[in-house]
Design a protein around this ligand. Sequence first.
Ligand code: GLN
Length: 285
Amino acid sequence: MAEHLTLKEILDLSAGHFAKHGLSSPRLEAELLMGHILGLERIQLYVQFDRPLEENELEQMRQFIRRRLQGEPLAYILGEKEFMSLPFYVDSRVLIPRPETEHLVEKALKLFEEKGEVTLVDLGAGSGSIAVSLAHYLPRSRVLALDINPESLELARENALRNGVEDRIRFILGDLLDPIKDEGPVHGILSNPPYIPGGELEGLSLEVKAQPRLALDGGSDGLRYYYRIAKEAFPLLKSGGYLGLEVGSGQDETVSKILREEGFEGVEIEQDYSGHKRCIWGRKQ
Ligand code: GLN
């Protein structure tokens, strides 16, 4: 029986299955997974609708559907996620880059594009999404990508290679800014630190919980890292340098205050495209 099923029939069945389980984009997800198995772009699937599927292709799709319905994020199954229009490998070693974080990078591009040869830091690099996008869109910049997890740094390095910017990024293992505290001052420090209050983690969706706890857990009030980052960043910045931080919902006022108390000036709260107060920027005078 199974060998007679066509690509279209499998897509319909899979999308129906996903819809029944409440996924928000059932058809799109089915197409992306099928395209991944067949090595085809979504558009190419449409012209091959009548293609009968091999048993091994069907089996792979069954497994993908099973994993997805158990709450594994689509990006982990595909092994890939786009960020700032660039492709990134992702797997369970790292947080999946989020469109909200593009806002932090875009603001950095505005601040630094006229400045030429800047040195920028991506603190808590994870997949390397911020570091690699900065290096790509600011072709004269040098970037230091720091992370406490050696496995994340490995993946970040692969992403730098994939995007052709490995020669301008240094990957540094260590605890927050400690490993570079004796280096020359830098023009900018960006971070999307873990900011979810520890007590809220259990109540989050399976997809969020499938991501590394270390990348999410911001301590009891979610603010644990902001104090240390602000304190360690200030002496490392050149005069006129910027610190830019992504924050969680409702953390904008407190994080702004933390930055002001550390000596940052012109502290600004930036909204993302959905109107959420998403990033805090401060300048060292
Ligand atoms: N910098 C990475 C990102 O924004 C990882 C952040 C993290 O693990 N908290 O996706």
